[in-house]
Write a protein that binds this ligand. Sequence first.
Ligand SMILES: Nc1nc(=O)c2c([nH]1)NC[C@@H]1CN(c3ccc(C(=O)N[C@@H](CCC(=O)O)C(=O)O)cc3)C=[N+]21
Length: 354
Amino acid sequence: MSAEAVRGGEASAGRSPDEVRQSGETQAGQPQGGQPQAGQPQGGQPQGGQPQGGQPQAGQPQGGQPQAGQPRGGQPRGGELSGREQAAAIRADVAERAARLTAEGRPPRLAVVTATEDEASAWYVRSIVNAAGKVGIECDVVDLGPQASPEEIRGRLEALSADDHVNGIILQTPLPSGAKLEDLASGIAPAKDVDGANPLSLGRLAAGLPAFAPATAEAVVRILEHHGVEVAGRHAVVVGRSTVVGKPAAHLLLDRNATVTVCHSRTADLAAVTVTGDILVAAVGRAGLITPEHVRPGAVVVDVGTNQAEDGSLVGDVDPAAAARASAMTPVPGGVGPVTTALLLLHTVRAAGG
Ligand SMILES: Nc1nc(=O)c2c([nH]1)NC[C@@H]1CN(c3ccc(C(=O)N[C@@H](CCC(=O)O)C(=O)O)cc3)C=[N+]21
C-alpha cells in the first residue's frame, strides 16, 4: 500500500478487530472468562441516544421535521461530528483507571507488533505510544520489519500472549505479503486482543457475545452515540467489508437496531445504494470515493478513511463537498481517528482489569 492506506481499507482486508455492545443483555467488550470488559459502559443500554432537553442534535430531525432524504429547509447543514473532545474524555477515564492499576502494582501494558514500513501505520504506532505514555500505559513496540515471516510474527504474538506482564496486543496492518491478519491474529490470546483481530473475537462479536471490538469499528458507533445520532430503526449503509472495520461496524450497528446494508467493490451502482442511507459509513481506503451524489440529503456521514493525499495531507474517503448535503459529518482529521486511538487504550486498561 502506498499512497493510500486506511484503517481497514478494502484492499487490505487483512485485519480485524472487534467488540460489541448489545442494546440489552449481553454486553460486548468483555473478554471471555469473567474478564474485565472492553471499553464499554456497563449496564447494557447504549447511551448517548437521545439527550433530553431539546437541544438540536446532529443528524436527528427535530420534532417530526425533515427526515434524511428530504430537503431540510432551514435546518443547519454540514454539522461537524468531531471526535477530539470525546477522545479526550475517554483518555481522561483511561488515565484514572491506569493510575489505579499502577498503584495496585499491576501497571497496564500494551504491545504493538509491527512488520511494515507503511506510513499510516507508522503514524498510528507513534500516536499510540505517545497517547499511552500520557495516560500511564506502558507500551512496547515490537518492530519485526517488513521482511518478517508469518511464522516469526505468529511466534511473537504467542510469546506476548503468554507474557503475564502484557495486557493488550495489537498487530499492525498492513502485513508483509503472504501474511494474513485473520490467520496470524489467532495467535493473540482473546483476553489480550484489544483490537479484536482474532477471528474468535469477530465471531463472538457477530454472535452477540462479549469480545473486544476493533477499535476503529467501535469508534464509528461511539461517535454517533456521543453526538446523539439515533441509530435504531434507521438505515445504515456501510461501504467497505474489511475484517477490521466494515464487517464489525455492520455488526455493531445491527446490535443497535439499525437496518444495515454493506457495500463493497463489487456492488453494482454504489451511489444508488448509498443514497438510501440515513447513516453512511465510508470505510474503503480511497480518497474521495464518496462524492456528494452518494449522499442522501440530510444523512449523517462517518468517514473512516485516512488516506494520504499527494501533498502529504490526510484525507478521508469522503469528498469534503459532501458535507453540504449531509446533516452532519465526521471530519478527517479529527473525527474517527482520535476516538480509535483512545478506545484502543481503553481496551488495554480493561484487559488489565481496570
Ligand atoms: N491492526 C490495525 N488496526 C488499526 O486500527 C490500524 C492499523 N492496524 N494499521 C494502520 C491503520 C491506521 N490507523 C489510524 C488510526 C488513527 C488515526 C488518527 O487518529 N489520525 C488523526 C490525524 C493524523 C494526521 O494528522 O496525520 C486524525 O484522524 O485526526 C490515523 C490512522 C489505524 N490503523
